[in-house]
Design a binder for this molecule. Structure first.
Ligand code: HEM
Ligand SMILES: *[C@@H]1O[C@H](CO)[C@@H](O)[C@H](O)[C@H]1NC(C)=O
Length: 328
């Protein structure tokens, strides 16, 4: 009888196994250490390159974090952001939402190092995810465990960028519902905006809060400082004038951002709205008080963001050059 049960049990599993394996779920196809057999040093190589680039240009680390957001929230975490304009492709980088993005050319520095060791194996989408992870570490942020196995898109979604990425002055309810649509809750959204603890904002995204009258939600002394950084109400969009996101620790991914916005020293309207919106305010207070809590929530939200709707299996391709789809 026991024997019968055993046989029955294993037959049952035997029948179920193909079903389980075929179950279509993009998310579960990503796995920890996806390249452990095909390119065992992949994650190490990305880390080495990110460190090297950071020591040459510290702000590359900042760019890797912004890239993750702009790539993953538009349709999928699929490196569509990295495609350059060519015949038949209009780059997502040309959208006004991509304003100020920089350091794209160094993505290929990372990709070239991978191609030398394991040609056509590691996707540009995984480079986007893992470079953001290592960038966060270089900026004093948490180390985030991320799955891999994403594949690269064969198209750009430039027309969807403006619907997917909020504008600097959009309402908090729109921002929250955008993140909600990819499974990131209010707490996670508040944490992700903490990325604005690093980097810069150009004057064209700030002057609406300074001229003709100063936004009353800005600290008056801080507004004076910003006017000094941005003396013209009509900055040339190509001008390089900018302000640091965080004057105290501009290159550290820490909770100073939340202290700043509580002190009415946020740069973007969306930053300041985290304080004025009653649904986000309590999380701002908690994150301002506890850097570890901010890092935990930031990590949790980055994982969800990085797993948004990935291409896996036979979908998409592994690009040879992150800027272009492969030639047939
Ligand atoms: C409502 C959501 C968001 C809006 C409206 C927004 C908007 C902006 C704007 C307008 C800039 C300045 C661009 C410039 O003038 O050069 C900026 C910079 C930046 N954003 Fe966001 N952002 C949002 C969310 C995020 C998220 C979720 C991340 C990452 C997790 C992120 C990472 C960054 C970084 C790192 C910079 C600095 C870039 C640099 O210095 O090169 N942002 N963002
Ligand atoms: C938001 O800013 C853009 C310019 O970046 C401007 O065209 C638009 O009118 C602003 N929207 C609101 C609601 O203020």
């Amino acid at each position: 009888m026991a024997n019968f049960n055993l046989t029955f049990g294993s037959t049952f599993i035997f029948l179920l196994l193909p079903l389980l394996l075929q179950f279509p779920s993009g998310k579960s196809d990503l796995q920890l250490n996806y390249y452990s057999k095909s390119c065992p040093r992949a994650e190490e190589i990305i880390k080495e390159q990110v460190i090297k680039l950071y020591h040459k240009h510290g702000n590359t680390a900042v760019s890797w974090i912004r890239n993750l957001f702009h790539d993953c929230i538009v349709k999928s975490c699929d490196a569509s952001l990295l495609l350059e304009t060519t015949n038949g492709i209009k780059s997502e980088q040309t959208s006004s939402r991509s304003f100020g993005m920089r350091n794209f050319k160094y993505v290929n520095t990372i990709k070239d190092a991978l191609e030398r060791e394991c040609p056509m194996t590691v996707s540009c989408a995984d480079i986007v995810a893992l470079s953001a992870r290592e960038g966060a570490v270089m900026l004093g942020g948490p180390h985030i465990e991320l799955k891999t196995g994403r594949r690269d898109s064969k198209e750009s979604y430039v027309a969807e960028v403006e619907n997917s990425i909020p504008n600097h002055n959009d309402s908090m309810s729109l921002v929250l519902s955008t993140f909600q649509s990819i499974g990131i809750d209010t707490e996670g959204t508040v944490a992700l905006l903490g990325a604005h603890s690093v980097g810069r904002v150009h004057c064209t995204n700030i002057v609406q809060r300074l001229y003709p009258t100063v936004d009353p939600s800005l600290d008056p002394n801080y507004a004076e400082y910003l006017k000094g950084r941005c003396p013209s109400p009509y900055p040339d969009p190509n001008a390089v004038e900018y302000a640091r996101n965080d004057r105290e620790t501009p290159m550290v991914l820490d909770n100073m951002y939340y202290k700043n916005i509580l002190g009415h020293k946020g740069l973007l309207l969306v930053d300041q709205q985290l304080v004025s919106d009653p649904s986000t305010y309590p999380f701002v207070v908690k994150m301002a008080a506890d850097n570890g809590y901010f890092h935990d929530q930031f990590s949790r939200a980055v994982v969800i963001l990085s797993e948004n709707n990935p291409l896996t299996g036979e979908q998409g391709e592994i690009r040879k050059d992150c800027r272009f789809i492969n030639k047939k």
